[in-house]
Design a protein around this ligand. Sequence first.
Ligand code: FCB
Length: 471
Amino acid sequence: MTRSTEGSLPQFPAGFLIGSATAAYQIEGAANEDGRGPSIWDTFSRTPGRVVGGDTGDVADDHYHRLEQDLDLMSELGLQAYRFSISWPRIQPTGSGAVEPRGIDFYSRLADGLLARGITPIATLYHWDLPQALEDAGGWPARDTALRFADYAAVMGEALGDRVAVWTTLNEPWCSAYLGYGSGSHAPGRTDGAAALAANHHLNLAHGWALQRLRDAVTNHEAQYSITLNFTGLEAVDDTSEEAIERIDALAHRSFLDPLLHGRLNERLVRDTAVVTDWSFVHDGDLEDIQQPIDVLGVNYYYTTGVRMWDGRSERSVDDGHRAAAGSPWPGSEHVEFIPPAGERTAMGWGISPDGLEHLLVSLAQEFPDLRLMVTENGAAFDDVEVDGRVHDRQRVDYLARHFWAAERALARGADLRGYLVWSLLDNFEWGWGFGKRFGIVRVDYETQRRIVKDSGRWLAALIAAQSPGT
Ligand code: FCB
């Protein structure tokens, strides 16, 4: 029995923010409205075979037209913080130059609506929807894209810099680089390991340059700056696992943590990828530019997996938790095998390991003792059933409760954790999986756009309500 089923709820320190997260392309819809330009996800999702069921974000949750209603929903749940992303092609339809005022107006109304309801706005500048025009000019493997991103960051800093509490430059740049350009399971769907590694570097550079421009533009002196990375728990399964863990940790985590927070390239990463690239895209001075001070590190955590080296004899297990595609997201380490743990799984096939979250937060706190941490995403897809207007998603409640308890243990062990945002507020477009995977704490009926608060939404509301006043 887990503690969640006992009905008690964890208590967090004063000021700890409990809320929920979404991303623009996954919920907004209105893909061709108010001057929005096409993004790589429009192109990708409209290409047959790329997304399960041919789903696209054209309508999604129609959030763009239902902003007030969705804000009221957040208020009903008592959310203390809401993490949203800004669609770059709504702001700059071709990724550079002229700014679309109607795009700015939408996010301005969103920020105002949050503040009016006492909800802290946490904005992400980039959650994967690169303007298509920039992909046509080379995309993230091209250095110029990082410069364009810094310009866009300055535009947003000026527009919302008086209202946003936490600015996040990039969401999960690993996915942008390695799923977008390596495996090809995400937009733009390229399968070129060298391009993925160049994209990795240019995303880091984009973060560094954007932060400098943002800080200049933002007028709220209390604003905090961050980046959100995705972390996969890695476990040993045999005596080859140590090498496998080092390889995957280098590609998945050190590829970002080391440049961003230590100002250096990871040696292991450079060595393991030498067969793919010579890293000549790293210029003098880049690492200084990348290592900008941040206030908070955003942590996205979903699952833990076993890894080991492939022996070349048995069939290679490639289920690394991401949708299989033509290429590999692990350039230079394609011979690592992924062995998902036995036991419970979510509808994504991901193993459930709250201890992995505790371990991750504690180890990040040890490595970066001065950095605040925030869980910017955690949650689970399950095959929900709606009965008479209710969704009794017991498994999701259990998943969330166990992970919140894990966060509480990490706090007790000294991690400076400042908040926890559940993925996701609404069922939405789950990238290559389309609408079939539901992560929401609120169900969306895609036929009618009706919202139904699931039991997990009620549970989150109860958790927030149970915090001591002042939190
Ligand atoms: C993360 C993404 C988010 C959502 C969840 C399930 O990798 O940041 O948009 O798709 O996974």
